[in-house]
Design a protein around this ligand. Structure first.
Ligand code: NAD
Length: 276
């Protein structure tokens, strides 16, 4: 397959387009992951809280794609913040995935009210040092949370996975990441499919390029330099979302998409989010 990669700050390479498996039930995850790998994806994004690490690992094994050719991400859930709890949670994730290392391990949310993300991150540093994660990073971290990690820990996060789509473009975080060598990964890159894919500006660009709205949005991510991890459980859409390397948006198209930005999040606000 011909997925472009981004080079992370430790030299590891991460496919710029991956497959997200949130909300895919464990007993359907293997089939979805196999379909994605057959379509050419080489990066899979799961998390302990998605409850589908077992199915995800089974799909990778069943696909026949060599382990070293697949970039696997999982995340430590909020209930496991803290140094020891995170080490234990990581063991459980590896066991469910049936793997002896992951490519990327992330802290799912910073939970600033609990104030344990620095010690949680130190566990990730240990896991990386032991060779059980090829890279470590975070998710849903605001620049103020990243600043604390930069000040108080030794490994600069390789990635920050954040909500990012044309209706929530995250210019501030993207600039902060670029300044510090942190790759920006977009979650809900299609705006969860609702609304955004019916946007008239996107529809106009889709008609102009003879592509689908989802393909226009994914192309926008790639051209901005984001890593994107669209989710679908439908094989035809899984393939459609991967078929984004044969066309290019022009400067005028990118400018039209830039105007769609708003301050409305689909997900929780990391400054206040504090859930199980
Ligand atoms: P998404 O933006 O990828 O949208 C997925 C939905 O869009 C699908 O369920 C489907 O309804 C629709 N869709 C997908 N392809 C389509 C197509 N070609 N045409 C029309 N509709 C289409 O949303 P997501 O699942 O929320 O995000 C993707 C991944 O990001 C998740 O699976 C997960 O891996 C990750 N994620 C991470 C966090 C986090 O806190 N770190 C939060 C949310 C999601």
């Amino acid at each position: 397959s011909h997925v472009p990669t981004v080079t992370l700050n430790n030299g590891a390479r991460m496919p710029q387009l991956g497959f997200g498996v949130w909300q895919i039930p464990d007993d359907e995850a293997a089939a979805a992951v196999t379909a994605a790998l057959e379509a050419g994806y080489r990066s899979i994004d799961t998390a302990a809280v998605y409850g589908n690490e077992t199915g995800t690992g089974a799909g990778i094994a069943r696909s026949g794609v060599p382990r070293e050719d697949v970039f696997v991400t999982t995340k430590v859930w909020n209930s496991d913040h803290g140094y020891d709890a995170t080490l234990r949670a990581f063991d459980t994730s590896l066991e469910k995935l049936g793997l002896d290392y992951v490519d990327l391990y992330l802290i799912h949310w910073p939970l600033p009210k609990r104030d344990r993300y620095v010690e949680t991150y130190r566990a990730l540093e240990k896991i990386e040092e032991d060779g059980r994660a090829r890279a470590i990073g975070v998710s849903n971290f605001l620049p103020e949370h990243l600043t604390r990690l930069l000040d108080e820990t030794s490994v600069v996060p390789a990635v920050n996975q954040i909500e990012l789509h044309p209706w929530f473009q995250q210019a501030g975080s993207r600039a902060f990441h670029a300044e510090h060598g942190i790759a920006t990964e977009a979650w809900s890159p299609l705006g969860q499919g609702k609304g955004l894919l019916d946007d008239p500006v996107i529809a106009r660009l889709a008609a102009r390029h003879d592509r689908t709205p989802a393909q226009i949005v994914l192309r926008w991510h790639l051209q901005l330099g984001n890593v994107a991890i669209p989710k679908s459980a439908t094989p035809a859409r899984i393939r459609e979302n991967f078929d984004v390397f044969g066309f290019e948006l022009g400067e005028d198209d990118m400018a039209a998409l830039a105007t769609l930005d708003s301050t409305r999040r689909l997900g929780a606000d990391p400054a206040t989010a504090d859930f199980a």
